[in-house]
Write a protein that binds this ligand. Structure first.
Ligand code: ZN
Length: 310
């Protein structure tokens, strides 16, 4: 078992409209856009990052908005629901706010003893706000969202899988412990994590495979402190038989990727160097940032990208 994983780092999904996506996370959910860059493998597409004030690992929801991409079709082999943590007693505020912003798919329930508000993202992505006790992370106090309501970061995510056992085994190897189960859902948690500590597995043996599109999660990233810890994790995964990519420089973190037995793409990302490496913390997410190799093509790239206001 490895001990370097500290919870989630970021979740990356796909969207159909950049402006709509940015408005949803900043104006409706009150997150901060902490980076506006491009998909490093496809620079004609934005890569937008939203999180707390500094883009702290464990708070960062990111998107590739592919213009006019068709919506995905949910199924097995993907991340199901992404959970955000909110302060105790704030769900009423959020329910009223999301209704006022015409957010669809709202429902309140209690799962694993926690109150949650489910809602649809901009492309019918599946999200929940969960009231969490004793989460000492501070959300971004901004506009009409105060710190007693602001999203504190992720709580975790659920995986929809045909075969729960193999991925459960992998999570245990990654340092997670099974802490609860309810119906088809098994809850795993990591000790000593960054707050984004939960992974639920939803077993769906009869489900057809998900068809990815706008609103689907592209991959889910787990946090490690630094590059040394990442190399230890990489070696441990390789030794266990996983095919893991080499370490890739993503400018704001270093990344390795591997495909899980259930078909979900996992990433392990470093907490270093962070989103303020090329932008002042007071102005995160404002300018279009390009990796060095694309900087000579800035004019051309800017022409291809739909402008985003705010
Ligand atoms: Zn990633």
């Amino acid at each position: 078992m490895i001990t370097q994983i500290k919870g989630l780092h970021h979740v990356t999904s796909m969207a159909a409209h950049a402006q709509q996506n940015s408005d949803f996370f900043t104006k409706k959910l009150g997150l901060r856009r902490v980076k506006k860059t491009v998909n490093f493998d496809d620079p004609e597409v934005y890569h937008l990052y939203y999180g707390d004030e500094f883009g702290t690992p464990g708070s960062v929801m990111t998107y590739f908005p592919f213009p006019n991409m068709a919506q995905g079709f949910p199924g097995a082999g993907e991340v199901g629901d992404t959970y955000f943590a909110v302060p105790k007693g704030s769900l009423e505020f959020w329910k009223d706010r999301l209704v006022a912003h015409n957010v669809s798919g709202l429902s309140v329930s209690e799962v694993f003893g926690e109150k949650r508000l489910r809602f649809d993202g901009p492309d019918r992505d599946s999200f929940s706000l969960i009231e969490v006790d004793n989460d000492n992370r501070t959300g971004w106090k901004h506009g009409d969202v105060s710190s007693s309501e602001a999203i504190q970061g992720f709580r975790g995510a659920s995986l929809r899988l045909k075969d729960a056992a193999a991925t459960g085994e992998l999570l245990r190897f990654m340092g997670y412990e099974q802490v609860d189960s309810q119906g088809d859902h098994t809850r795993f948690a990591i000790n000593g994590g960054n707050g984004a500590d939960i992974i639920d597995i939803e077993a769906l043996p009869e489900a057809t495979r998900a068809r990815p599109g706008a609103g689907s999660v592209h991959h889910i990233a787990f946090a490690v402190e630094n590059r040394a810890a990442q190399l230890e994790v990489r070696k441990a995964l390789l030794d266990t038989g996983y095919q893991v990519t080499p370490v890739i420089d993503r400018d704001y973190f270093w990344a390795i990727y591997f495909r899980t037995p259930g078909g979900v793409l996992f990433e392990v990302a470093t907490n270093e160097p962070g989103f303020d490496r090329d932008e002042d913390a007071a102005h995160l997410g404002e300018g279009l940032k390009l990796p060095t190799r694309y900087e000579p093509h800035r004019a051309q790239i800017e022409q291809l990208l739909e402008p985003i206001t705010d």
